[in-house]
Design a protein. Structure first.
Ligand code: ADP
Ligand code: MG
Length: 470
């Protein structure tokens, strides 16, 4: 659960200042006007190459046109995607095996801002693992202590029990650091805590504190966890560490983003993640959740964890390039989570790398450089490099040259090479942002919030740090 309000960027749809954001966001999806095209030309490095005032080589122009035709999504396509997301949302609310899973979270209320007390929270599901202690003052303010831990690939892909032991050990380290010196290690073990577990993977949730993992995503494959109640796995690991912690809530990061922003902004109706992965949770009427089991009396709304990363796995509406297919075939579960692969931080850099390697092999890019071991290494092109390359405003793209030389060990690039590389980054990044916008537009339309307005919480390094993404 991300509870520090400063960590959020919000999109406001609707009245007042929201109208501006709404019109901008929707224009990109529904009907880009001449004005919005002009704004993009002023902002986007992709289009900036066209106003560099240097003559473009015709081979470069031809290459850029060829790449653009593969990555650019037409307005018609974006509208079709948005509509299909709404169709799949409705189907996912009715059946268990929809293309978008639409998982009931069993979160039936949003915070009022009057909740108080200190709680532990864990954030697992991507690049970093975080242990947090959050204190609510009951008048709308939350403060947070947190510690980040890196999860090694060996832990992500090893034994499931060892993964949960690692988590419990991290919690113990956090508690000893923050409470041990004052209260002594014994008290760390005896003090009773309530903990919220933010576990950002698809879960079949049967109550607020019970849910079994449906499938691992984002590079996790730890054994003996799929099909098992992850709250019990965590609770057992705490027992092995002699920690007196009750795991009282299981949510994912989208739900956490939504409810923690709602603590201070009650008009929050959706939470979107654009980080290692991509996903969205939103507020649905219980009456619309046909597949919901159990009693419904007195329940008006429930948050739905969409798991939109699985949208269009049948590959019907979104045109994909051969590089998208190549990336997909190297994942642990080919043919699944393909929407996430087109959007999220874990994958964008890898698409760029695959395009570069291909063009280098045909001699259209980096003709004077030798392809380095790094450039040939899967996932070695970090999405953060794309941010740095798109932020490079030097006349000779010197920052891009540094990334090529220092990070990717590719000396000898020409300015044309670097311009093409920047164009590839812009194409892949823009496609991601437009697809994410299709998702947000679909959710806001599904909730009928377009005219009334609502707040959508956004979290994740891709959204926060990638220039032009917002
Ligand atoms: P998590 O999803 O694990 O909660 P983050 O929200 O920090 O973590 O997202 C991590 C992802 O963001 C990684 O895939 C990383 O490549 C990407 N990322 C990190 N820094 C940047 C950046 N400056 N620009 C674009 N993407 C970034
Ligand atoms: Mg996160």
């Amino acid at each position: 659960m991300q509870l520090d309000e400063t960590q959020f960027e919000t999109f406001v749809f609707g009245v007042g200042i929201g109208i501006g954001a709404c019109v901008l966001a929707m224009a990109a999806v529904v009907r880009p006007s001449k004005a919005s095209a002009t704004q993009r030309a002023a902002k986007e490095p992709l289009l900036k190459t066209a106003v560099h005032r240097e003559p473009l080589l015709s081979t470069e122009e031809r290459l850029v046109a060829r790449l653009s035709s593969q990555f650019n999504l037409s307005t018609d396509t974006l509208v079709r995607i948005q509509r299909q997301i709404i169709v799949d949302m409705k189907r996912g609310l009715a059946v268990d095996n929809g293309a978008i899973k639409m998982l009931p979270t069993h979160v039936t209320h949003r915070p009022k801002g009057t909740e108080r007390g200190s709680y532990l929270a864990l954030d697992l599901g991507g690049t970093n693992f975080r242990v947090c202690e959050v204190t609510f003052d009951g008048v709308g303010n939350a403060s947070m202590l947190q510690k980040k831990f890196k999860i090694e690939d060996a832990v992500k892909t090893g034994d499931g029990e060892a993964l949960f032991d690692f988590i419990a050990e991290c919690v113990k380290i956090f508690l000893v650091e923050n409470h041990g010196s004052q209260e002594g290690a014994k008290l760390v073990e005896s003090r009773k805590w309530q903990l919220g577990f933010c576990f950002s993977f698809p879960v079949n949730q049967v109550s607020i504190d019970e849910g079994s993992l449906l499938v691992w995503t984002k590079g996790f494959t730890a054994s003996n966890v799929v099909g098992v109640n992850v709250v019990k796995l965590l609770q057992d690991a705490f027992k092995r560490q002699n920690l007196n912690i009750a795991v009282s809530a299981l949510v994912n990061d989208t739900t956490g983003t939504l409810i923690s922003l709602a603590y201070t902004k009650p008009n929050t109706y959706a939470g979107v993640i654009l980080g290692t992965g991509s996903n969205c949770a939103y507020v649905e009427k219980v009456a619309n959740i046909e597949k919901l089991h159990g009693p419904r009396e007195g329940l008006d709304e429930m948050l739905i964890n969409m798991e939109w990363g699985g949208f269009d796995d049948a590959q019907v509406v979104i045109p994909r390039t051969k590089w998208d297919h190549a990336l997909d075939s190297n994942t642990p579960t080919p043919g699944t989570w393909t929407f996430e692969q087109l959007i999220s931080g874990m994958y964008l850099g890898e698409v760029v790398r695959l395009v570069c390697v291909d063009l280098a092999e045909t001699g259209e890019l980096f003709a004077k450089c030798k392809l380095s071991k790094e450039m040939r290494t899967i996932y070695a092109f970090d999405t953060a490099y794309m941010s740095a390359i798109e932020s490079d405003h030097t006349h000779d793209l010197a920052d891009t040259k540094s990334i090529l030389e220092d990070k990717l060990h590719m000396p000898g690039s020409t300015l044309v090479d670097r311009r093409i590389l920047r164009t590839i980054c812009a194409l892949v990044g823009t496609r991601s942002a437009r697809l994410a916008a299709c998702g947000v537009a679909a959710v806001v339309c599904k909730m009928n919030k377009l005219s009334e307005g609502c707040i959508v919480g956004m979290d994740g390094s891709l959204f926060e740090l990638y220039p032009y993404y917002k």
